[in-house]
Unconditional design. Structure first.
Ligand code: DAH
Length: 338
């Protein structure tokens, strides 16, 4: 009897249990109603009383060892689906669809409106040299934007930097094209700013440029009015305020009339009802000359706007950081926007 128990203990330890089926067969063979342990129990009844005291605990140990083996193997045995058990014709559970990012939605809409007016969409590099970002755009040498505090430099002397505005693409295109040209230039820009609800070190702009014979300020104003009415609605009004940019003369900032109907309107427009959306102007003759275009023959206008700013107005978003955090609770609100 002792020998039988010892042999069985060894057997239990050696048996390989690799699948749930094998575990079940093993369990029935040992612990089942007609299993090996039951046989031992029957035999145990027949042995003399003085041996029972020794054999009893051994039997208990054996039973516990088998139970332990079974529960352990149940957690480690891998379920391997049989190839024949897979129904390849069943419909899948479906793939959860993403949404268009609000920046992408607004960017596409702005570009579409200008493409409908005959502007061609082009892009330029994000890593630039000093010429395309500053010098070619008539920035004076001491301009603060050329400072480390405002611009991310990749290399100094000669300066390689992350473009601080998409106006750099204007210079590239003026250098490689002959007028007339009508271009809309979306892209990412970088500034050395602390991140807050209103500022970020990376954001998006759309730049516009139109160069031809006899382009006037009236053309600029009418183009931007048409844009504002397409984007914000047919009753939208705009106003132009005199401003300054090194690369345009004269320069202006454009506001849209936002209204004063609610407390929120009063707060975001500071009680005036007007909200700034972009900067613009007539391309400075120095800028045309620097890119090889004769300012005696050609004139042009340019404008630049921030996509985040316009998206914040359109969707009433109070914090710029939402755009870059990729929180599904934010992004899921744009389901269906194209
Ligand atoms: N580059 C300017 C900025 O980043 C925006 C701008 C203003 C672009 C006037 C222009 C322009 O083309 O004419 O703030």
């Amino acid at each position: 009897m002792k020998k039988r128990i010892e042999r069985m203990l060894a057997e239990v330890a050696e048996t390989e249990l690799n699948s749930p089926e094998e575990v079940e067969i093993f369990r029935v063979a040992y612990l089942g109603r007609k299993g090996k342990v039951k046989d031992l129990m029957m035999a145990f009844k027949e042995i003399p009383g003085d041996q029972k005291r020794e054999i009893g605990p051994m039997l208990n140990t054996l039973k516990q060892a088998i139970e332990h083996r079974v529960s352990e193997a149940k957690t480690t045995a891998v379920v391997r689906p049989k190839a024949s058990g897979v129904d390849a014709t069943r419909p899948s559970g479906g793939v959860p669809l993403g949404t268009h990012h609000p920046i992408q939605v607004v960017r596409r809409e702005i570009v579409d409106i200008f493409q409908n007016m005959g502007f061609a969409a082009v892009e330029g590099p994000e890593i630039e040299d000093d010429w395309h970002v500053f010098s070619g755009l008539n920035f004076p040498p001491e301009h603060p934007a050329r400072d480390m505090q405002d611009t991310f430099f990749v290399e100094r002397d000669p300066d390689i930097l992350l473009r601080t505005h998409t106006s750099s693409v204007q210079v590239r295109e003026m250098e490689r094209r002959e007028p007339p040209m009508r271009l809309i230039m979306p892209g990412r820009v970088f500034r050395n700013e602390a991140i807050s609800a209103r500022a970020h070190c990376m954001f998006h702009q759309v730049e516009g440029l139109y160069i031809d014979k006899e382009v006037s300020f009236a053309d600029l104003k009418q183009t931007l009015l048409h844009f504002a009415r397409c984007f914000f609605g047919p009753d939208t009004d705009i106003r132009l305020r005199p401003s300054y940019f090194p690369f345009t003369e004269p320069s202006a900032e454009v506001d849209v009339y936002w209204g004063l109907k609610t407390e929120v309107d009063k707060r975001i427009t500071k009680g005036t009802g007007w909200l700034e959306i972009l900067g613009c102007g007539m391309v400075d003759p120095n800028v045309l000359k620097a890119s090889g275009i004769d300012p005696e023959v050609y004139s042009g206008f340019a404008f630049g706007m921030g996509i985040e700013r316009i998206a914040m107005l359109r969707y009433q978003i109070g914090d710029l950081r939402h755009f870059f955090e990729n929180d599904r609770r934010f992004l899921d609100q744009f389901v269906g926007e194209r």
